[in-house]
Design a protein around this ligand. Sequence first.
Ligand SMILES: Cc1cc2nc3c(=O)[nH]c(=O)nc-3n(C[C@H](O)[C@H](O)[C@H](O)COP(=O)(O)O)c2cc1C
Length: 199
Amino acid sequence: MTIQPFPLPSDNPELRSFLKSRRSNLAKNMTGPGPDKEQIEDILEIAARVPDHRKLAPWRFLIFDGVARNRIGTHLGRVFEAKNPEMPPDRVTFESERFLRAPLVIGVISSPVECPRGTPEWEQRLSSAVVCYNLCLAAQSYGFGAQWLTEWYAYDSDIAIELGLGENEKISGFIYIGTPKDASLPRQRPDMKSLISYY
Ligand SMILES: Cc1cc2nc3c(=O)[nH]c(=O)nc-3n(C[C@H](O)[C@H](O)[C@H](O)COP(=O)(O)O)c2cc1C
């Protein structure tokens, strides 16, 4: 088999226009449908096609769909209630329904490995963040809405145990994917001049 080189980059105004105007879609404003099985596989393949120093793939995916969203919700409610006993029952219910906001939630887990050749853990964590972003873009390329959230449960040690996280694993994000009910409103963007300097 001959290996074909990639074509050189070419001007792609459509892609540029998408990237220039991209916005997240709020999880709380999502409904069904979400991507089907084939689309999910494709979205994950795109998500994993990220810069990754030394091909370590230092991340993995945890998928929540269907009743799995209720199952994790039961834990969210229980953990939240135990740690916030002063909260009213309706707040506990709200917490237990977080994963029900979208038909599909994909957890991206940063899973750095010992690299004998020395890829720093920091770079492996960065690669995992890019996976989250690529996941959002891939979902949006299919016409779905996507939002990268962490909220409290990404940092909770009891939820980490429930999700089977290893000692050095961290949640990079939960990507909520579904059909947006409304268009996103514009969001203020940074003043580019204040961010750029020349060395
Ligand atoms: C690591 C990370 C965690 C985030 N967690 C939350 C969150 O918990 N809650 C939230 O409202 N937005 C969170 N965001 C922001 C949203 O993903 C999103 O950027 C925001 O809604 C603005 O939309 P935009 O992407 O169109 O700028 C997070 C972003 C990042 C990069």
